[in-house]
Design a protein around this ligand. Structure first.
Ligand code: PRP
Ligand code: URA
Length: 209
């Protein structure tokens, strides 16, 4: 069964407060989304394998650890997922980045796929699918379906804010995918927005409305 991790680290919670605040402007919003994404990436990579190598410090020969060549793919769900990528790449600069374009139909709230471009070696990579918002769960489920259909075997899902309804939908559809969340909010409203949430993540990141 999928594990759900909610990060209660004070730095993450502090930054998230300003991300939620409607008075936070586009520039600061973008910076904060990247900072929280970087902090989350630190935790999410905790299980990365390491190996010992021999090095020389200025005083002696020593065994020390390096990452043992795990191939990572970061997959932002367009548009808003893009806002998380730079922060994650600060910690994992060798990761490849694929894109899955989905928008949520405002009437049906169902995801509509319009673009997919992935690294060529999909079967060999560990993927982190990223999107600031997990609301009904439709977009996350569809993005993960899309990755699996193309051969991906190891997938994690990371978001800033999730609604309990969306978490259940993703767990049910993809029990093999662990979910990493900065904050688990109260509920969805009748328009499928997360309460209290942060509003429309894409609009706030890109200054559209
Ligand atoms: C937002 C958000 C997620 C999706 C979550 O994207 O970035 O992708 O909604 O909702 P769900 O869990 O109910 O599917 P949106 O459809 O607004 O597209 P955008 O990123 O292009 O603005
Ligand atoms: N998408 C958003 O951008 N915000 C929400 O609250 C729900 C879906």
């Amino acid at each position: 069964m999928a594990k759900v991790y909610v990060f209660d680290h004070p730095l993450i919670q502090h930054k998230l407060t300003y991300i939620r605040d409607k008075n936070t402007g586009t520039k600061e919003f973008r910076e904060l989304v990247n900072e929280v994404s970087m902090l989350m990436a630190f935790e999410i990579t905790r299980d990365m394998p390491t190996e010992d190598i021999e090095i020389e410090t200025p005083v002696c020969v020593a065994k020390a650890k390096v990452l043992s060549g795990k191939k990572i793919g970061v997959i932002p769900i367009l548009r808003a997922g893009i806002g998380m990528v730079d922060g994650i790449l600060k910690l994992i600069p060798a990761a490849k980045v694929g894109h899955i374009g989905l928008y949520r139909d405002p009437e049906t709230l169902l995801p509509v796929e319009y673009y997919v471009k992935l690294p060529s070696d999909v079967e060999e990579r560990d993927f982190i699918v990223v999107d600031p918002m997990l609301a009904t769960g439709g977009s996350a489920v569809e993005a993960i379906n899309s990755l699996k259909k193309r051969g991906a075997k190891h997938i994690k899902f990371m978001c800033l804010i999730a609604a309990p309804e969306g978490v259940e939908v993703v767990k049910e559809a993809h029990p093999d995918v662990d979910i990493f969340i900065a904050a688990l909010d109260e509920k969805l409203n009748e328009k499928g927005y997360i309460i209290p949430g942060l509003g429309d993540a894409g609009d706030r990141l890109f200054g559209t409305k």
